[in-house]
Ligand binder design. Sequence first.
Ligand code: ATP
Length: 319
Amino acid sequence: MLTLLKLLKDGRFHSGQALGASLGVSRSAVWKQLQHLEAELGIPIHKVRGRGYQLAAPLSFLDADEIALQSSGSGWSLQVFDSIDSTNAEALRAIDRGVPAPLVVIAERQTAGRGRRGRKWVSPFAENVYYSLVLRVDGGMRQLEGLSLVVGLAVMHTLRELGIAGVGLKWPNDVLVGSKKIAGILLELVGDPADVCHVVLGVGINVNMQVAEKVDQQWTSMRLETGRMLDRNRLVALLGAKLQQYLDRHRKSGFAEIQAEWEAHHLWQGRAVSLIAGSSQTDGVVIGIDNQGALRLNVAGVEKTFSGGELSLRLRDDS
Ligand code: ATP
């Protein structure tokens, strides 16, 4: 089915006959496949009598060779999927199978993209980047301290370099433009964090997405911010380079060396917030983060520190 889509990707008209000849199937089989594509992937396809079929807008696909060409030799192996439940889930399966790390898994779409605590990451076909990097960690807890914040910085710098000037961070793991989410980060860990473990660094970036009815909070995409289509292969290559640069720094010097830089990009420094942990809520003012990436809040005049994967920050109305 995707072979057919790839034949149409230029956004020009292609006759049913020519498409059928390329695929070795009948014209009616082409028509059926196109109907299926529209229904399954939500891609609008125009049909004009006498001219054939045309995508409503041209598509470009993820391409391992193109990404390798634009990457400056990270040495990370790359797996590209047309469709997968979740790139993080596939990365975890690869760890189970004993595939050596570092390994990057990317996909054109996710049918069950994940956020934190069972939430969903909306992942339409061929519009965004869904990226998971598997790392082997054998340096104990220190190598995990602040890791999701480090990934956030790498993502933020990638987007800045591609023209998204207003992008910043929200503790612990959101990448925002103003109050709109442009990227999300989900770390998942297997093994013994005190000894040897594997960590999956999952990143979802909204690239060319312009409509997403199912996203239930404010969001934006690189295209909405710049008014231009972005080359996702270039983005994947650049993200790899930035991740490599920040992960190297983190491995060599620990999170303490990155703390000040992260704080400088924290959009909610000094803001009045509520910190939510399950059903409990703590109100305070953001002081910053500590040298392990934990959040420091001024709570009624007393400084308190919070860390853990189950915490969410919300702005208070009086902020
Ligand atoms: P927190 O503040 O706790 O991090 P969050 O709502 O940002 O909360 P995440 O787990 O980081 O939670 O991300 C999942 C949420 O992100 C979803 O519940 C949805 O509201 C939103 N979301 C889902 N898909 C997208 C997307 N493609 N772009 C922007 N936001 C999305």
